[in-house]
Design a protein around this ligand. Structure first.
Ligand code: AMP
Ligand code: ZN
Length: 467
């Protein structure tokens, strides 16, 4: 039974990339929603662009739970097979990193998997119920390729086993690809042996003159799986042949998810996924954030600069997941202040009692309208400004935070909260004092006072008092 049964239940609607429409969400099994999220390729730290996508997926999960559904959330770890070039050329990203650093591929994957899990925990992202690794499900991937072979969908070239996309009737439907245009436009066919430009590798052979760290025997030769087959095999193993939701960043629409659909549906003859959800990109200086662009920012960098991971989460929630979002230092500063103010207001509300029904309805409507988090945040602030009793506001806000995940349950019993921005000013002032920069120290004191705190210098350092 949905926990929000006292409210008028506007059903959860989600924008399905497949239909390009908002659709009412109806799960296959109403008791357990199956949800697969494409996980990281663990050869480097995640950047805050990647993390935007994982925050969006966390909102999907939390919104489902808020609507009373139990969710089986699976996120894979890609530790082999993701090549430096999407067109099945190039090298394995994890192996390249291993060679560069003189470590084993396994050590690289483990190190960056742990760093990734730490980022998710810092961002208050709920842990998936399981994290299958590509290297641990090689047999499942081989079995899936064998099924495709039995049905006549594959062919072999000198460097691997490929899926023949011309044999799959609806190839490219998710991305609305113009295949004819692609064929004609592909003046440079990089791999001469491919029958169609859109064909993709299911299994790649190890180079003849070189032993890879990660390679396995297969019926076609020693090698390693392609990146796309991993997700299909792991999704089917963990969740079944047809699942409710599959999510990722928008860059996955034309290649990765398009190929997942083709090989899965060709193998099983069944629909692979009912709802395809995609999050838009985080931009920086209006361009894509990416490794090749050399403009990566990690969560660690934000923390070093004094921002809390949850301020980044707040920043992300201010935009709808299907709109581009531009990162700037001014914007993260503003998000940090807004979150600090929110925590401060919540800490002053006292203990929770019966909530504010009107705002709970508005909040549910916003979330159930294709996860409209900016609208949901607006409801939060409107409710705080309303003349409802503080304890009622507290009750509702704690409920809202089951979706927002801003850590607001931690601030209920905190008597005086010192905003991050003020903490930052205090440490800057301490540094200025240590360097005998007295004018700068006074300027910072003024700023601290303007933010509502008095600062006292004691033998143990600066002490703050709320005015
Ligand atoms: P990867 O580890 O490269 O497979 O990427 C992990 C996830 O981050 C994928 O779902 C990508 O679609 C997503 N992603 C990559 N770059 C960005 C970006 N700039 N903004 C948002 N999501 C991104
Ligand atoms: Zn995937």
């Amino acid at each position: 039974m949905p926990k929000t049964a006292t409210l008028q239940l506007m059903p959860l609607t989600l924008y399905n990339t497949l239909s390009r429409e908002k659709e009412v969400f109806i799960p296959i099994d109403k008791d357990l929603v199956s949800f697969y999220a494409c996980g990281p390729t663990v050869y480097n730290y995640a950047h805050i662009g990647n993390l935007r996508t994982y925050i969006f997926e966390d909102i999907v999960r939390r919104a489902l739970q808020y609507n009373g559904f139990s969710v089986r959330h699976v996120m894979n770890i890609t530790d082999v097979g993701h090549l430096t070039d999407d067109a099945d050329a190039g090298e394995d990203k994890v192996e390249v990193e291993a060679q560069k650093s003189g470590k084993s591929a396994n050590d690289i994957a483990e190190f960056y998997t742990n760093a990734f899990k730490k980022d998710l925990a810092d961002l208050n992202i709920l842990e998936p119920v399981t994290w299958p690794k590509a290297t641990e499900q090689i047999n499942e991937q081989i079995t899936l390729i064998q099924k495709l072979e039995d049905k006549g969908y594959i062919y072999q070239t000198s460097d691997g086993v490929y899926f023949d996309t011309s044999k799959f009737k609806h190839y490219g439907r998710l991305a609305r690809l113009n295949l004819k245009g692609q064929q004609e436009g592909a003046r440079v066919v990089r791999n001469e042996e491919k029958k169609n430009p859109t064909d993709f590798a299911l299994w790649k052979f190890s180079p003849k003159d070189q032993k890879r760290q990660m390679e396995w025997e297969s019926p076609w030769g020693t090698g390693f799986p392609g990146w796309h087959i991993e997700c299909s095999a792991m999704s089917m193993k963990e969740l079944g042949e047809t699942i409710d939701i599959h999510a990722g960043g928008i860059d996955h629409i034309p290649v990765h998810h398009t190929n997942e659909i083709a090989q899965s549906e060709a193998a099983t003859g069944k629909k692979f996924v009912n709802y395809w959800l995609h999050g838009e990109f985080l931009l920086i200086d209006k361009g894509r954030m990416g490794k090749s662009e050399g403009n990566l920012i990690t969560l660690e960098t934000l923390k070093e600069k004094g921002f809390s991971p949850l301020a980044y989460r707040y920043f992300v929630l201010q935009a709808h997941y299907r709109t581009k979002l531009n990162f700037s230092w001014e914007a993260i500063e503003a998000a940090q202040s807004a979150l600090d103010r929110l925590c401060e207001r919540v800490s002053e509300l006292g203990k929770p009692i019966i909530g504010c029904a009107e705002y709970e309805q508005k909040f549910l409507d916003a979330i159930n309208d294709d996860l409209n988090t900016p609208q949901a945040l607006a409801v939060v602030w409107d409710m705080l400004k309303s003349d409802n009793p503080p304890a009622a506001k507290q009750q509702s806000i704690q409920k809202f935070d089951r979706v927002l995940g801003l850590g607001l349950d931690n601030v209920i019993h905190r008597p005086t909260l010192i905003p991050k921005t003020v903490q930052k000013l205090v440490s800057e002032r301490e540094e200025a004092r240590a360097n005998n920069e007295w004018e700068e120290a006074d300027r910072l004191r003024d700023k601290i006072e303007k933010a509502g705190f008095d600062v006292e210098d004691t033998a143990e350092g600066s002490k703050l008092k709320k005015q």
